[in-house]
Design a protein around this ligand. Structure first.
Ligand code: APR
Ligand code: ZN
Length: 340
């Protein structure tokens, strides 16, 4: 089969013929319908963040497709059924899993990081982690639920705990941020969306933001939002930069909560005085609990959560390099790769 193989940071993905995975006990082989191109992959490709499995490794962790083969002992799936593969596989046994916090499983394994991923015609995964897709849901669009959309759900609902009437500022209108805009608006919040790109801001409005702010890279952007709104109840950083994490805190009102969804390896300076005197809270958010995936898919199934506008490009596997160039240049929200 064809696959996009990661050889090391700074090198382009190499399209190669590799052997097709065979079924193993309790695992299924999925024919990949689509796999989303995600900012996380850029950390490996461009920024020297190592993958857990040493290269060569097939990247891709945001996939949906059709069951191709089921291993011995798998009773829950049939051939050709459409399925969603969560980006992160959990152990179900560790302390965090047992506390209902499986999104921070102590033994988590990520597709396209700990094991071969889904920028390939086929991928093998444990059956217990895979979700059936409702018949009404297109697997090509649904692949982005595996990471971007569910990450936003956990952040908005469980970590930021957005409630009806909250003022919420969302920094970054990529795949994660625009999903957060939709979910916060669905929760009844008054959403301010922040980005540098007018097209993404227009999309944020279409998806439920009440107002948008073009940050234009200004360090004053957070303070400006605080002046304009009186301060937001919840600020969500969906970019992963020290400066925008700080701006997000600056947009908060007294008693507000900052939710950090974007990843930065660099230290960030925040106002400890505001965390103390104004009882501002800072929480992080990682991925999504398996138990919440069904809730997200239900919102998609009934049409309350829209995936179509987030999928801004579809490309064959051979064009994966161009898809990453689009992401680097900020030209796409989510490009999905169709390996078949
Ligand atoms: N101010 C405002 N917006 C910015 C700025 C800035 N200084 N810099 C970048 N942005 C916007 C980009 O224009 C883009 O729309 O942030 C958005 C980031 O989106 P993507 O690159 O598509 O990233 P996404 O896949 O949504 O992930 C966002 O979440 O899970 C993490 O690792 C992931 O750190 C990443 C973050
Ligand atoms: Zn666990």
């Amino acid at each position: 089969m064809k696959a996009a193989v990661f050889k090391g940071s700074g090198q382009p993905l190499s399209i190669e013929n590799v052997s097709k995975p065979t079924s193993l006990p309790d695992q299924i082989v999925v024919k990949v319908a689509a796999c989303g191109v995600c900012h996380t992959d850029l950390h490996y490709l461009d920024h020297g963040v190592p993958t857990f499995k040493k290269p060569p490794i097939i990247l891709g962790h945001e996939a949906a497709g059709w069951v191709e083969a089921v291993g011995e002992g798998v009773t829950t799936f049939k051939k050709e059924q459409t399925v969603l593969i969560p980006a992160v596989l959990t152990c179900g046994q560790c302390g965090m899993c047992r506390q209902g916090r499986a999104n921070i499983c102590e033994k988590m394994q990520m597709l396209g990081n700990h094991m071969d991923g889904a920028f390939a015609e086929y991928v093998r995964v444990p059956a217990r982690d895979v979700l059936p897709l409702p018949a009404e849901v297109d697997p090509v669009e649904a692949c982005i639920v595996a990471d971007a959309v569910t990450t936003a759900y956990h952040a908005v609902v469980n970590r930021a705990q957005v409630r009806a009437g909250d003022r919420v500022a969302i920094f970054g209108c990529g795949g994660v941020g625009l999903s957060a805009v939709q979910l916060a608006a669905l929760s009844g919040a008054v959403v301010t969306a922040v980005d540098l790109d007018e097209k993404k801001l227009a999309l944020a409005k279409e998806l439920g933001a009440v107002e948008t702010v073009n940050a234009k890279g200004s360090a004053e952007c957070g303070k400006e939002i605080r002046r304009r709104t009186g301060g937001v109840d919840r600020a969500m950083e969906c970019i992963g930069r020290p400066d925008t994490i700080r701006q997000a805190q600056e947009s908060l009102r007294i008693g507000g909560r900052l939710c950090i969804v974007g990843y930065s390896e660099k230290p960030v300076e925040l106002s400890a005085a505001k965390i103390m005197f104004q009882e501002q809270e800072v929480v992080g958010s990682l991925g999504c609990r398996p138990v919440d995936f069904g809730r997200v898919l239900d919102l998609v199934r009934v049409g309350r959560l829209r995936l179509g506008p987030l999928v801004t490009g579809r490309r064959p596997l051979g064009e994966i390099g161009a898809a990453f160039d689009d992401l680097r240049a900020g030209r796409s929200v989510r490009t999905v790769i169709l390996p078949g």
